[in-house]
Ligand binder design. Structure first.
Ligand code: NDP
Length: 253
């Protein structure tokens, strides 16, 4: 049974792979035997992450790029295929958040969050899809959020994009099921990364978050990576179109 969690012979492309959840996901997939391409904008951090993931002994490719730019997305997939010999697993993890009351957002802020969190997932999935379909085996794991399924104040754009990512997951799962390509969404709750540092560092918001989390702790990037690993291999072969909440019980209440 444990073999079904191995990823030997597979190639994974992880967006936002230079820190936080993406870096832990890259490491987990490599530990399971996959060769891994990491994509993000900050090249220094990307090199650092590639070194860490490469310490597993697997081949690692660092691809600088912006998921919100179609040409970058297409180039990232093309380079992965050329240099690692194919692509089997796409983890759409890159994301951004801007927290403020709805009436205070500027148009550019809506545009920025939409471009990365939603259009980026579309560009990457569209560039990878033909490869996955052609080889009749593929896994797409989108990183949504608890805010794919519930709301929270001062996160209107983010919640709108993450809700859309879950809906895109469901529709692609249906369209690509005949090709043996599964598409799922991992929806993290509060995870301790740079993205949530402002919430962790403010005692008031930190307490509010912990009060809402039945397991009473911040999740770790590894908590999320373990679930992505499951959805990336044979072990989850009959799972598609689903949302896996990794939220310490936040949405159970
Ligand atoms: P971080 O802010 O720590 O990391 C975000 C990652 O996305 C970085 O690698 C960043 O690299 C990359 N990124 C951002 N914009 C782009 C872009 N335009 N093109 C390519 N890469 C980009 O966040 P987390 O690790 O916490 O979050 C990862 C994912 O998990 C996100 O989708 C987030 O919404 C989601 N999530 C996180 C939760 C949490 O509590 N931490 C909870 C729920 C969901 P660079 O800036 O160098 O490009």
């Amino acid at each position: 049974m444990l073999d079904r969690f191995r990823l030997d012979g597979k190639v994974a492309l992880v967006t936002g792979g230079n820190r936080g959840l993406g870096r832990a996901i890259g490491r987990a997939l490599a530990e399971a035997g996959a060769d891994v391409a990491l994509m993000a904008r900050d090249e220094e951090r990307l090199r650092d992450a590639a070194r860490e993931v490469g310490a597993t002994g697997r081949r690692v490719l660092a691809i600088p790029g912006d998921v919100a730019r179609r040409e970058d997305a297409e180039r990232a997939v093309a380079r992965t295929v050329e240099e690692l010999g194919g692509v089997h697993i796409l983890v759409n993890n890159a994301g951004v958040n801007i927290r403020k009351p709805f009436l205070e957002y500027r148009d550019e802020e809506w545009e920025q969050v939409l471009a990365v969190n939603l259009r980026g997932v579309m560009f990457m999935s569209r560039a990878c899809g033909p490869h996955l379909i052609r080889q009749r085996w593929g896994r797409i794991v989108n990183i949504g959020s608890t805010l794919s399924v519930v709301g929270n104040q001062e996160r209107s754009i983010y919640a709108a994009t993450k809700g859309a990512v879950l809906q895109l997951t469901r529709v692609l799962a249906l369209e690509w099921a005949p090709h043996n390509v599964t598409v799922n969404c991992v929806c993290p709750g509060p995870i301790a990364t740079e993205m949530t540092a402002p919430v962790q560092q403010n005692p008031e918001t930190n307490k509010a978050f912990m009060d809402k989390t039945p397991l009473r702790r911040w999740g770790t990037p590894e908590d999320v990576a373990a679930c992505v690993l499951f959805l990336s291999g044979e072990a989850s072969g009959f799972v598609t179109g689903t949302a896996l909440l990794v939220d310490g019980g936040w949405t159970a209440q």
